[in-house]
Design a binder for this molecule. Structure first.
Ligand code: C2E
Ligand code: MG
Ligand code: MG
Ligand code: MG
Length: 275
């Protein structure tokens, strides 16, 4: 059907599609293998600091995949794939279990674990979190679950039930990448959130956009009025750090303070000097 001069382009496109499909398929098989054997997956931990005294508040667990041929892969390369291919529950459980096991054997105050919306909605989620806590023996107060605004927007009773169940057990809920979605004040009030994590795109505008300081200040005020802790993500410069401290953010996280590191490197990062 395609015109002669268009066909060549179409076939090239189809060929490229084919390659991409094959590549994704191969990656899926390799991810299944990694999950089955537990080899190649790893967690790194990024310290989060109190902005009042510079002490270590806790850490965020971030998943990595040391791929057999491609080297170290960041989550954006394989989380969506895991979601599409029905592997996210298994991957998420591996992350949760590993993070809790690590915290159980450390003196870290708490660990925050990212949970994808699809994983959160699954029927077994709340139960499996509680099981992991029991198996690893850590107190629920030492686990934070990071969700995104998109999950709240679904405004579903199922999500509300899971959130209520988790919080009732003492687990805290953080809203990740705050400000990039569309959550309204009523969503925040209705869902009972313990922490707002201001997205790094806001932090990056400090010193560049004259309005951003007052916008961040209003997020801090909003959080405070609902008894939430407010954390700034993506702190990369001393200027951002001191502005965020002045604004009154409770916690700071970012490359300036520490990159995500393998567990054995955490002990040397116990606190910051905030002088
Ligand atoms: P996130 O939860 O918002 O995590 C913060 C991301 O920003 C991490 O990227 C971290 O390495 C990076 N980051 C930290 N400080 C700075 C900074 O100062 N500047 C910049 N430019 N970046 C900074 P990472 O590890 O590549 O993770 C990306 C996203 O992947 C995470 O965003 C999270 O949404 C998702 N993710 C990570 N681990 C998991 C996981 O175990 N499960 C699920 N479902 N998602 C995960
Ligand atoms: Mg996060
Ligand atoms: Mg974030
Ligand atoms: Mg993010």
């Amino acid at each position: 059907q395609a015109k002669d001069n268009g066909r060549g382009r179409y076939q090239l496109f189809a060929g490229e599609m084919d390659e991409a499909v094959k590549e994704r398929h191969l990656l899926e098989i390799e991810l299944r293998a990694a999950l089955a054997t537990g080899t190649g997956l790893a967690l790194v931990y990024q310290p989060i600091f109190s902005s009042t005294d510079g002490s270590l508040s806790g850490v965020e667990a971030l998943v990595r995949w040391n791929h057999p041929t491609r080297g170290l892969l960041a989550p954006n390369v394989f989380i969506t794939l895991a979601e599409e291919r029905g592997l996210i529950d298994q991957l998420g459980l591996w992350v949760l279990r590993s993070a809790c096991l690590f915290v159980a054997t450390s003196d870290l105050p708490w660990v925050a674990v990212n949970v994808s919306p699809m994983q959160f909605r699954s029927e077994r989620f709340a139960q499996s979190v509680l099981t992991v806590l029991r198996e690893t023996g850590i107190s629920p107060h030492r686990l934070q679950i990071e969700i995104t605004e998109g999950l709240l927007l679904q405004n579903s009773p199922v999500i509300q039930t899971i959130l209520t169940e988790l919080r009732a057990s003492g687990i805290r809920i953080a809203l990740d990448d705050f400000g990039t979605g569309y959550s309204s004040i009523s969503y925040l009030r209705n869902h009972g959130i313990d922490k707002l994590k201001i997205d790094q795109s806001f932090t990056a505008l400090l010193g560049k956009d004259p309005q951003i300081e007052s916008i961040i200040k209003s997020i801090v005020d909003l959080g405070r009025s609902m008894n939430m802790v407010v954390t700034a993500e993506g702190v990369e410069t001393p200027m951002q750090k001191s502005l965020l401290i002045n604004i009154g953010c409770d916690e700071l996280q970012g490359y300036l303070l520490s990159k995500p590191v393998p567990p054995e490197q955490l002990s040397s990062r116990k606190s910051l000097s905030f002088a």
